[in-house]
Design a binder for this molecule. Structure first.
Ligand code: GLU
Ligand code: MG
Length: 445
């Protein structure tokens, strides 16, 4: 275990707190946090900073791609959402991180057409107009790339070998108000998982972004490297980003609960699920946006074998999660979904936004409730007709662009930019060996 850099510690202690900075943060198509900082002293309730529309054309490979509708002219502002301000001061050897999430707005104050945070806000507003509230939380898996091999999954030894990072991570998330829940050694080699408590949908997506950056910062501070890439080595276990969510009435009643129906899932819940199942193949480029995402999305990986709703099934696209009824606990308030197909390449604001949009489409189109598959799915037999997700990113992109409904949720300039970013990424990666493809993303994520 590398000790925190004590020289850097000494240095940060000599910087007076009045010299702290604050970072105004957005999160881009590549699911990387970007932004600008100013002196904290100068930050006020009306502070905004400049931003460039063409930055939307930066994909995972880190440059602005050709063929996008945003060019060298044009300006936006980063407008902080003051409710999101955090100060993180528990990363050894690092200066405190003051951060506030920002929406991207036009110079007249209106939301920018391609702002992903505003996309989520609009989806939540529509959900609320349907009389539905949501709580959600994101689970993250990642691999400690610098850990020494420990052959047993879930082991105490892996947990101990990761110290003090586990304790520091949980403490950092707790102090930053992110409500950590569990920290665990996971199944794949040197894989770990961090979960946090559910909260309001916008805050849950903001939290997801912060968790990734806090993990990276903490590992870097220890001269270690964590990677959330969907697969680290070809054929190896995957890193998922699973989205748990529940639907409630304003008075708190669980809209998913109906003990008389299959899976104890209400008609409304079944319709919401049906929309997600129906549109999953068209949305795949958004929730599984990387070239290697499709190596993870295969049967027997406990990610998503097919697009279906499963009862407590870890190979389902959408899983009805178990309830804890020990000691007389009430299941009616607990029943909720887990969306399992997504990975680190998906911007959490976009990811949660499309889950909501697809669920609402299920209600608005009055779809039949999604069938609940109980037990293991028999993909060769009884369940062979369950819809498949696209087999690779190129197909996923074609499906997205051909889907009037899913592309219709976005501004056309967003769709064009997304397509240009992903096509360039495909062109760059397809000639590489699978190991090299994994490495490209391991370095970025
Ligand atoms: N690692 C699996 C994935 O890629 C998930 C394992 C689990 O937590 O069920 O999604
Ligand atoms: Mg897991």
């Amino acid at each position: 275990m590398t000790e925190p850099n004590t020289a850097a510690n000494a240095e940060t202690e000599t910087i007076p707190s009045r010299d702290e900075l604050i970072f105004l943060a957005t999160h881009d198509l590549a699911a990387r946090t970007k932004g600008r900082a100013l002196r904290l002293e100068e930050f006020t309730e009306t502070t905004t900073l400049g931003w460039v529309p063409a930055n939307l054309g930066i994909g995972p490979l880190g440059h602005i791609v050709d063929g996008i509708p945003y060019g060298s002219s044009g300006d936006l502002r980063l407008k902080p959402d003051l409710d999101t301000r955090v100060r993180i001061d528990t990363i050894p050897g690092r200066t405190p991180l003051n951060l506030v999430f920002a929406d991207l707005i036009e110079l007249d104050g209106s939301p920018w057409e391609s702002c992903s945070r505003s996309f989520l806000k609009r989806a939540i507003a529509d959900l609320n107009e349907h009389g539905i509230d949501m709580t959600s939380s994101f689970e993250h898996e990642f691999v400690d790339m610098s850990a020494k091999a420990e052959p047993h999954p879930f082991s105490l030894q892996n947990y101990r070998n990761a110290e003090p990072l586990g304790t520091q991570l949980m403490a950092t998330l707790h102090r930053a108000g992110l409500e950590p829940e569990n920290w665990l050694p996971e199944y794949a080699e040197n894989q770990f998982e961090i979960t946090v408590r559910p909260t309001t949908p916008l805050a849950s997506a903001d939290r997801a972004i912060l968790i990734r950056d806090i993990v990276r910062d903490l590992y870097e501070a220890h001269d270690r490297h964590a990677s959330f890439a969907p697969v680290i080595t070809p054929g190896g276990g995957g890193n998922g980003v699973h989205v748990h969510f529940g639907l409630y009435r304003a008075d708190g009643e669980n809209l998913l609960w109906d003990p008389s129906r299959p899976g104890r899932l209400s008609v409304l819940g079944g319709k919401f699920a049906a929309g997600i199942v129906k549109y999953a193949p068209d949305m795949a480029a958004l929730f599984a946006p990387l070239f290697t995402s499709y190596d993870r999305l295969a049967p027997h990986n406990w990610s998503t074998a097919r697009a279906f709703l499963g009862l407590q099934n870890r190979e389902a696209l959408l899983r009805i999660c178990p309830t804890n009824e020990l000691d007389g606990r009430d299941p009616s308030s607990q029943l909720h979904f887990e969306f399992r197909a997504s990975d680190i390449g998906a911007n959490p604001w976009l990811l949660l936004g499309i889950i909501i949009r697809a669920g609402l489409a299920g209600i608005d189109e009055d779809l039949d409730p999604a069938p609940v598959i109980e037990g293991e799915a028999d993909l060769e037999g009884e369940h062979k007709d369950l819809a498949e997700l696209p087999g690779d990113l190129a197909n996923a992109l074609d499906r997205f662009e051909a889907s009037e409904t899913v592309r219709g949720w976005f501004h056309e300039n967003f769709v064009t930019t997304f397509g240009a970013v992903k096509r360039e990424e495909i062109a760059q990666l397809k000639g590489l060996t699978p190991a090299k493809q994994c490495e490209v993303y391991t370095n970025v994520y």
